[in-house]
Design a protein around this ligand. Structure first.
Ligand SMILES: [Zn+2]
Length: 496
């Protein structure tokens, strides 16, 4: 019995051990799987996550899109002086078959026409219509083919207010005006106005596109189909606005104003009023011009331009012929224009270059003033000085804060008007830096005017008058990316 008792105790212990084993097995505390050392990815749980309260996470807010940084850019103006079409210049473009072609007139400055946004030329002599007969000094009528060449070259501003604008009467002026507006509405013509005083309509240029606009009486601008330009435009306060040419270049608005001191007579006839913008005043009864008084309309126009445009360019036709020093009136009026808001002043008429200066008005306003760019072409023969001319170059930088002139990139490029003699004909416009003594001694001014030209004479004249404002080709190229310079289309070289 004692043996049985031991057996019972042993069985009981074994039973308890078996129960404990089964319980432990069921509760998972013992794992019989031989691979229990291997991690089963499905069964691995993060105990922390289990213990955390369940949180429905807010979706991550979309990050605010970074505002596009303002792309700063530059705008450049180039301007040349009097396109003065003497017979020798007309002859330079005559072909053997009787046709005329003046595209070559601008080959010498083609690189700067390609590089600039605003391209201004002073058309000294009117294109009154070839059917009226072409003529030279003293009452000019210039071939309309010159207008075609101006357009082909890419000029987008033509200054019309000169002392010769009415050489063929008001009708000649109107023909001149209409020729550009009907054929080249993308060109802004300022200073003169056709029958329809709605003349100077704003132009917007974006890339290669140029669009003309009408300014409505409420100051808004609307598109116009250039085809309908002359007949159907209706503009309130037309004459006030038509004196202010507007060019919107890549989002910056430039106003261009142009006035002449007179019309080669002492009288401003009522027939010219509204057609030719006058820099000076006149007696409303006798209509005699007072050449020593600035027309207050000019100042009013500049102030009006300032309310419309970011930059105001004023182009006065003024000064004394063959004089390289500005008169007291030019100096005073440039100051008055600057005080009123002119940012750039580009003068023409004296047939010779005059200095380029930064002007500060008493009210602190500043401008760059080119007192005279001289001739662009002519066959004048009085002096070597007639052959030296200037191309204005004004650079602007646009930031999100607005537009500013870049002083160190602004100045003047001296040019030489090269014509030949026997027969007398305009040939080419060179940069002074490219001109040679060989060309100088072959210049037609020797035969035509008895003046022996030398390169060092031209250089000393340039230093004397234009001095420290001269820019070289290299200095202008340095304002552009290499890619732009490398892609310039080379112009044909000078012919014979
Ligand atoms: Zn003139």
């Amino acid at each position: 019995m004692k043996k049985n008792k031991y057996l019972l105790v042993i069985l009981a212990i074994l039973a308890i051990i078996a129960i404990i084993f089964v319980v432990l097995l069921a509760s998972g505390k013992i794992n019989l799987n031989k691979n229990n050392g291997d991690k089963d990815p499905v069964s691995v749980v993060d105990t922390n996550q289990i213990n955390d309260p369940i949180v429905v996470e807010e979706p991550e807010p979309e990050p605010e899109p970074e505002p596009e940084p303002f792309q700063e850019y530059d705008i450049h103006i180039m301007a040349v002086g009097d396109n003065l079409f003497h017979t020798g210049v007309i002859n330079g473009g005559k072909n053997a078959d009787g046709t005329m072609d003046y595209n070559f007139e601008f080959y010498g400055i083609s690189e700067f026409l390609q590089l600039s946004n605003i391209k201004i030329i002073n058309q000294e002599t009117p294109m009154a219509g070839n059917e009226l007969g072409l003529s030279s000094y003293p009452t000019f009528n210039t071939p309309t083919e010159v207008g075609d060449a101006i357009a082909n070259a890419g000029f987008n501003v033509v200054l019309g207010a000169t002392n010769h604008a009415t050489d063929k009467g008001v009708n000649g002026l109107i023909n001149f005006y209409n020729y550009f507006n009907l054929n080249y509405p993308e060109i802004l013509m300022v200073g003169i106005h056709g029958e329809n005083i709605l003349s100077t309509l704003p132009i917007t240029v974006e890339g290669d596109e140029a669009v003309k606009y009408v300014i409505e009486s409420d100051g808004t601008a609307s598109d116009i189909d250039p085809e309908e330009l002359i007949d159907s435009v209706v503009l309130n306060d037309a004459y006030d606005y038509s004196r202010i040419g507007l060019l919107n270049i890549e989002g910056i608005t430039f106003a261009v104003l142009n006035y002449t001191y007179g019309n080669n007579t002492e009288i401003y006839p009522s027939s010219q009023e509204g057609h030719l913008d006058l820099l000076t005043t006149y007696d409303p009864n006798s209509r005699y011009i007072n050449f020593t008084e600035l027309n207050p309309q000019v100042i009013d126009d500049i102030k009006l331009a300032e309310t419309i445009a970011d930059v105001t360019i004023v182009c006065p036709h003024w000064g004394v012929e063959y004089t390289t020093t500005p008169t007291q009136y030019q100096v005073q009026w440039a100051k008055d224009m600057t005080a009123a808001g002119a940012d750039v002043i580009i003068g023409c008429h004296p047939h010779v270059v005059e200095p380029v200066e930064w002007i500060t008005a008493d009210n602190g306003n500043e401008s760059i003033c080119y007192y005279s760019l001289g001739n662009y072409v002519s066959t004048q023969n009085q002096a070597a000085l007639n052959l030296l001319e200037a191309m204005a170059w004004v650079s602007f930088h646009v930031t999100e804060n607005g537009v500013q002139i870049v002083r160190e990139d602004t100045g003047v490029v001296p040019l030489v008007n090269h014509y030949l003699f026997n027969p007398l004909r305009y040939r080419y416009t060179y940069l002074l830096e490219d001109y040679t003594e060989e060309l100088a001694v072959s210049h037609g001014i020797l035969g035509w005017g008895g003046i022996q030209l030398h390169l060092d004479k031209l250089q000393s004249l340039s230093n004397e008058v234009l001095g420290g404002m001269v820019l070289s080709r290299e200095q202008i190229y340095s304002q552009f990316d290499d890619e732009i310079i490398n892609n310039l289309v080379p112009a044909p070289a000078a012919g014979n």
